[in-house]
Design a protein around this ligand. Structure first.
Ligand code: SF4
Length: 89
């Protein structure tokens, strides 16, 4: 969904293992689908930005990603390092 402040929340069903950590920290916003046992976003329009991020941070498998206007906000992408490694002595 694209909601407040241009935020888009996606839940990867392949990464979600139904641990329900997101539903614990943001109840009523993230819920577990009874059939699939995967997390889904509900009441997105009522969610605060803090609740959306709290759920994403609580997820042990990083199944929840948040973008703002198409730019990844969470989880952070660690850029690759370039250049030669320092010589080992
Ligand atoms: S915390 Fe992560 S793994 Fe657990 S239900 Fe939520 S999205 Fe799925």
């Amino acid at each position: 969904m694209q909601g407040k402040q241009g935020l888009t929340v996606k839940i990867d069903p392949h990464r979600c293992i139904g641990m329900a950590k997101c539903t614990t920290v943001a109840p009523g916003i993230y819920t577990i689908d009874e059939e699939t046992r995967k997390a889904v976003l509900e009441n997105a329009e009522d969610a605060t930005v803090e609740q959306l991020f709290a759920g994403a941070r609580a997820c042990p498998t990083q199944a929840i990603t948040i973008e703002q206007y198409g730019r990844r906000m969470y989880p952070h992408i660690i850029p690759a390092m370039f250049g030669d490694a320092p010589d080992e002595e």
